[in-house]
Design a protein around this ligand. Structure first.
Ligand SMILES: [Zn+2]
Length: 99
């Protein structure tokens, strides 16, 4: 039995994203610049078979974010998102009480 699914969820990009974000981006919320959907990054469809990482909107399929590492430089293209919101109180599934 074969599957046509060739993407992973946003959690798969956590390692690559940690090159530029200190915080866990999989818990971050973003808004698709194309269709306006607001979702956690972990829900995005992530493609990692190319030279970099491409995250696509789970609703409309448009590119949300591209990340590529070329030698010592990391390129981030996030123009597919209206915003990308990281929660300072998020600690691996629970919200910190000492804000
Ligand atoms: Zn969308």
């Amino acid at each position: 039995m074969s599957s046509d699914i060739d993407y992973l969820d946003g959690n798969a990009a956590a390692g690559e994203m940690s090159k530029i974000f200190v915080m866990d981006v999989t818990a971050a919320e973003g808004q698709c610049a194309h269709c306006g959907t607001k979702k956690r990054f972990a829900e995005a469809h992530v493609y990692m078979r190319g030279p970099g990482v491409v995250a696509r909107c789970v609703v409309c399929g448009q590119v949300l974010l591209r990340l590529a590492t070329v030698r010592q430089r990391v390129f981030l293209d996030a123009r597919g998102m209206t915003y990308f919101c990281l929660d300072l109180g998020y600690e691996g599934g629970r919200i910190s009480s000492n804000r």
